[in-house]
Design a protein around this ligand. Structure first.
Ligand SMILES: Nc1ncnc2c1ncn2[C@@H]1O[C@H](COP(=O)(O)OP(=O)(O)OP(=O)(O)O)[C@@H](O)[C@H]1O
Ligand SMILES: [Mg+2]
Length: 176
């Protein structure tokens, strides 16, 4: 077997920026979403990963508040994607839950994410390994229960900016 390249598989672009921190409550997770919203603009793709109940939808709720979009962000039970139009002049939020989708983009063809992405902020829960082809520039947010946490509320969050779009963005403002 060939030894892996020092920076991982060649097809994976090297991350431009990474920030890691702890989020200690659901309210703080929402606040993180509101902060993240300030960094986002139309055409941005955000992938949320982490186990069931990690806090992906909670983060997206804050994101919706920060973007000022219509309708509360919820876990879509029967739909895969929901569009929240802006209440102001900003981009709509397209919230996708790819949990039940085994395959990649082909399975989501009907959603026309490639069509809506240029004028929207697209957030995909469970998006890893499924929607990367949509954009060269992506923000990956990994949320995990903090190991050894006794309150059960602490989450470890790792945000990685991939591609030129994120190269010069200071992700440090997310944890400030
Ligand atoms: N620090 C925290 N951040 C986010 N949620 C937290 C935190 N601590 C506890 N929680 C609770 O964990 C749950 C997270 O649920 P949420 O629906 O956001 O997760 P999810 O990652 O979207 O799950 P799923 O994979 O089922 O879509 C909520 O009930 C929330 O109150
Ligand atoms: Mg969810």
């Amino acid at each position: 077997m060939e030894a892996p390249a020092p920076h991982g598989p060649a097809e994976r672009p090297r991350p431009g920026v990474i920030t890691e921190f702890t989020v200690s409550s659901p309210e703080q997770m929402r606040e993180l979403g509101r902060r993240l919203a300030k960094l986002l603009r139309a055409g941005d793709l955000v992938l949320l990963n982490g186990e069931l109940g990690a806090g992906k939808t909670t983060l997206t709720r804050g994101l919706g508040e920060g973007l000022g979009v219509r309708g509360a962000v919820t876990s879509p039970t029967f739909v895969i994607a929901r569009v929240h139009p802006s209440l102001g002049g900003g981009p709509p939020l397209v919230h996708v839950d790819a949990y039940r989708l085994g395959g990649g983009l082909e399975e989501m063809e009907d959603l026309d994410l490639d069509v809506s992405l240029p004028q929207s902020v697209v957030v995909v829960e469970w998006g890893e390994g499924k929607v990367e082809e949509l954009a060269e520039d992506r923000l990956h947010v990994a949320i995990h229960r903090a190991v050894g946490d006794t309150t059960d509320e602490a989450r470890h969050v790792c945000v990685t900016g991939i591609g030129p779009r994120w190269a010069a963005v200071d992700l440090g403002v997310l944890s400030a």
